[in-house]
Design a protein around this ligand. Structure first.
Ligand SMILES: [Zn+2]
Length: 125
C-alpha cells in the first residue's frame, strides 16, 4: 500500500484534520490539539486514491463540478445570465470558469463545515 491509498486520522479523536510531516515525523490535530509522532496516526485505507488535503479538495471539487455540469448546467447558465455574470451570447470558457470556481468553493465550504462539526462534537464530549 502506498501513501496515497490511505488517509491519516488523529490517534486521539479520529479527526481527518491532521497536519503531518513525514520528514520531521511530527503530527498534530487541528481539532483536539493532540500532537505526537506520525506513526501514531491511524491509517485508514481509502476506496479512492486521495491523499493530502489539497488532493482531497481537488478531487472533491472535480466531482462537484461534474455533478453540477451534469445536472444543473442549463439552470446555472440561466442564473448567470439573470444576475448579469454572462451575456446572452454565452461564452463557454466563462461558463466553465464559473462552474470551476463554484465547485471549488462548495468543496471548501463542505470541508470547513466538517471541521466545525468535528469541533462542536469534541466540545460536547
Ligand atoms: Zn484529534
Amino acid at each position: 500500500m502506498t501513501e496515497t491509498d490511505k488517509g491519516l486520522f488523529c490517534a486521539h479523536c479520529g479527526s481527518a484534520m491532521v497536519d503531518s510531516s513525514i520528514i520531521s515525523g511530527v503530527a498534530s490535530c487541528q481539532i483536539c490539539g493532540w500532537t505526537g509522532n506520525v506513526n501514531e496516526l491511524v491509517a485508514i485505507p481509502f476506496n479512492q486514491k486521495v491523499g493530502s488535503p489539497e488532493e482531497v479538495l481537488r478531487q472533491l471539487s472535480l466531482e462537484i463540478r461534474q455533478l453540477l455540469a451534469k445536472n444543473t448546467a442549463t439552470e446555472f447558465v440561466r442564473l448567470l445570465i439573470k444576475w448579469g455574470f454572462i451575456g446572452q451570447q454565452i461564452d463557454k470558457n466563462e461558463v466553465a470558469r464559473y462552474f470551476g470556481v463554484v465547485a471549488k468553493n462548495i468543496a471548501t465550504g463542505l470541508i470547513e463545515a466538517r471541521q466545525e462539526i468535528e469541533r462542536e462534537r469534541m466540545a460536547r464530549s
